[in-house]
Design a protein around this ligand. Structure first.
Ligand SMILES: Cc1ncc(C[n+]2csc(CCOP(=O)(O)OP(=O)(O)O)c2C)c(N)n1
Length: 387
């Protein structure tokens, strides 16, 4: 829906708007103890789907713990965790359909898990081995799966945003019951691509749902240093985009908003912006140390709002889950992850020649020359290379 500029004369003295009157509240349904807030509407969620969502959140927490340790042990070069933000990712992806395209930033591996990416597939990518779908050409955590409709991660911030608008425009032209789900952090929303992508989606009425995970920091830069407004949500209406802000640690609030967002995108054929308010409990990546830019007290405040604990409390209150089933599941996930980790790190690396294939139909001369130089270099310093 387009709104024409209001040209009616303002009769009073000049009045400037700075957006301070537009403060968007956060939808919340669950209290931390798992009880439902008085008057809140609980979304329709079956026991099977609720326990699947919860199990996947738990799995990613376990995976992140194990892989963070593996990196510290020197077995893995790099890793990024989703810790603290699991509900923001699980509650959104669960409301979408397998035919919907998902484009993520890098902290949303729960999307892959939810759609069926296996532990072996995670490990093969992380170790860049022969069975990695990306043939070992990407840094760890740059997953992707054509089969699961998940676009491969690329680290330059916000590039996926205009791509998502364009992809959704294609879905619109094809008239499919499908939309695009696009994730990014609040830091990425400072990139020009954010503005280009959202404006394009609004003007062309693209069926795309943008999910901005507001986790408080862009590496060491806090929200207070990133923007002068009330977060990212107020920007949505500026583009004519239906927007909602949710408590990102509240699985029911995230899910309820996402179900409606998908309905708007596919049935009304227009974009939606969801801002999930959460906190990155871990470091930005294994190369970061948050003790240099934030306090332990601040972290503790958010640890007390843990999204996994909150959902567990709700599941137990529903009589859908027990502490015993929780302990058993954690144990089986740990065993599976460790076993696959050991297999993946021992698997051979892809052939070096894979480096220059796939992008062009036939390998161009300049790449061939670079590859030959590389081979000569490796032959000269064989001890430096394990390939
Ligand atoms: C274009 C670009 N600029 C800078 C970086 C370096 N960089 C990587 S992650 C990051 C912070 C992103 O923060 P946010 O979008 O809030 O996501 P979060 O990591 O908090 O999930 C920066 C600045 C980059 N990858 N790409």
């Amino acid at each position: 829906m387009k709104i024409a500029p209001n040209l009616s004369p303002a009769k009073k003295a000049p009045k400037f708007e700075d957006g301070s009157s537009l403060r968007i509240p956060s939808l919340q349904i669950l209290n931390q103890d798992g009880s439902v807030i008085a008057g809140a509407t609980v979304p329709d969620l079956s026991r099977a789907q609720a326990t699947k969502i919860y199990s996947d959140m738990l799995y990613i927490r376990m995976l992140d713990e194990r892989m963070q340790s593996a990196q510290r042990q020197g077995r893995l070069s790099f890793y990024m965790t989703c810790t603290g933000e699991e509900a923001s990712v699980a509650g959104t992806i669960a409301a979408f359909q397998p035919q919907d395209m998902a484009m993520a930033q890098y902290r949303e591996h729960l999307v892959l898990r939810y759609r069926g990416f296996t532990t072996a597939q995670f490990m093969n990518q992380l170790f860049g081995n022969l069975d990695d779908l990306g043939k070992g050409r990407q840094m760890p955590v740059h997953y992707g799966s054509r089969e699961l409709n998940i676009m491969t991660i690329s680290s330059p911030l916000a590039t996926q945003i205009p791509q998502a608008s364009g992809y959704a425009y294609g879905q619109k032209l094809k008239g499919k019951d499908a939309c695009t789900l696009c994730y990014f952090g609040e830091g990425a929303a400072s990139e020009g691509d954010f503005h280009a992508g959202l404006n394009m989606a609004a003007v062309l009425n693209c069926p795309v749902v943008f999910v901005v995970r507001n986790n408080g920091y862009a590496i060491s830069t806090s929200c207070a240093e990133q923007f002068a407004t009330d977060g990212i949500a107020p920007r949505g209406p500026g583009y004519g985009i239906k927007t909602i802000r949710v408590d990102g640690n509240d699985i029911l609030a995230v899910y309820a908003a996402s179900v409606e967002a998908r309905r708007i995108a596919t049935q009304e054929q227009r974009p939606v912006l969801i801002e999930t308010m959460s906190y990155r409990l871990g470091a930005h990546s294994t190369s970061d140390d948050p003790s240099g830019y934030r306090s332990k007290q601040e972290e503790q405040i958010w640890r007390d709002k843990d999204p996994i604990q909150r959902m567990k409390n709700w599941l137990i209150a529903q009589c859908w889950w027990t502490e015993e089933s929780d302990t058993d599941l954690q144990k089986s996930y740990r065993t599976e992850i460790l076993a696959e980790l050991k297999l993946a790190e021992q698997r051979d690396k892809p052939p070096l020649g894979d480096l220059i294939t796939d992008v062009y139909k036939s390998v161009p001369t300049h790449l061939l020359e670079q590859f030959q130089e590389l081979e000569t270099h490796i032959a000269k310093y064989p001890d430096h290379y394990s390939v």
